[in-house]
Design a protein around this ligand. Structure first.
Ligand code: NDP
Length: 296
């Protein structure tokens, strides 16, 4: 079997098109321009790339984009004051503080300072709880993107055995909630899981969010399963020349593609969905803040 490649890049482009339509309707029908504020502390090159992409795509769908760059040594109190200012700003409907923040800043304090109504990353305890009990609000971006790809691929997910590898607050745990809501039978594996290969062999759906290059082997994949590879790992690529690197996922792509019905590539799978879902969350928060029904 050679798996179908799930094209996250194309799906994300389509999603951004529909988000641009919502933005246009909010502007013309309600006089509201959704606004997303992104705060970056320091000059970590990977974070700079993410933030630049987020700001560009925000503007491309017609939203207001507000970028705040703070020096790496900014006092925690100053960052918290900026977050409070953004909480109070009516032009801002979404606030994202790019993680990680430098070590002298308590990330939890920063997250708790964000008004849950504007928490487009879905990091605040209030929004994590809402996802758990199924109330409207923002949903963790990467798991939301994975869910959209799975629904697009499989239609109904009801009754499927889903195995998520990884239990982080960012990916694994919210993924578990979303798949449960879609009536999957969910298993969540982690570093202490015994016989991981056998656990994964039971899965109709595999979501790998581990951070270990190509850890999930081809022969772990049940024939016909759908594989969502969240991992982004940079590894040496001697074939490209000295010192060059390439990105790989947490799944041995070539091996898994021999067994799976469909699989996301890295890059070009889950990655592009994450930013698109951030924009979708901004539409959701802008709608809820203005007592409008968010798009389903
Ligand atoms: P974390 O490091 O926070 O969590 C990793 C999880 O994997 C932990 O639950 C850990 O278990 C588990 N784990 C580690 N080693 C093993 C093992 N040998 N067997 C089974 N489970 C193991 O990572 P994140 O969730 O933040 O990210 C995971 C990956 O996804 C990374 O590669 C990251 O770069 C990528 N990512 C991609 C995004 C995208 O947009 N595509 C967005 C976010 C992340 P334990 O809890 O027991 O330690």
């Amino acid at each position: 079997m050679t798996a179908k490649i799930i094209d996250g890049k194309a799906f994300a482009e389509k999603l951004r098109g529909s988000i641009a339509g919502h933005v246009e309707r909010m502007k013309t029908e309600h006089g509201i321009t959704p606004g997303l504020a992104v705060v970056i502390v320091g000059e970590d090159p990977a974070s700079q790339v993410y933030v630049t992409n987020k700001a560009r795509q925000t503007a491309e769908v017609g939203m207001n984009s507000f970028k705040h760059e703070l020096p790496a040594n900014v006092p925690e109190a100053e960052l918290l004051a900026l977050v409070r200012e953004l909480n109070a700003d009516p032009a801002v409907h979404g606030i994202l503080v790019q993680m990680p923040v430098p070590a002298h800043i308590d990330a939890n304090k920063v997250i708790e300072a964000i008004d849950p109504a504007k928490d487009v990353d879905c990091f605040t305890p209030a929004n994590v709880g809402k996802v758990q009990i199924g109330l409207p609000g923002p949903v963790s971006c990467t798991p939301l993107g994975c869910l959209m790809l799975l629904r697009d691929e499989l239609g109904s997910l009801a009754g499927k055995n889903a195995v998520i590898i990884g239990r982080s607050n960012l990916v694994g745990k919210p993924m578990m909630q979303l798949l449960l809501r879609d009536n999957c039978t969910v298993t969540i594996a982690h570093s202490r899981t015994q016989n991981l290969a056998d656990v994964v062999r039971q899965a109709d759906i595999v979501v790998a969010a581990v951070g270990r290059p190509q850890m999930v082997k081809g022969d772990w994949i049940k024939p016909g399963a759908v594989v969502i590879d969240v991992g982004i790992n940079r590894v040496p690529a001697p074939e490209k020349g000295d010192g060059k690197t390439r990105l790989v996922g947490d799944v041995d792509y070539a091996g898994a593609a021999e067994h799976a019905a469909a699989i996301t590539p890295v890059p070009g799978g889950v990655g592009p969905m994450t930013i698109a879902c951030l924009l979708a969350n901004t539409i959701t928060t802008a709608s809820l803040i203005n007592d409008l029904l968010p798009p389903s």
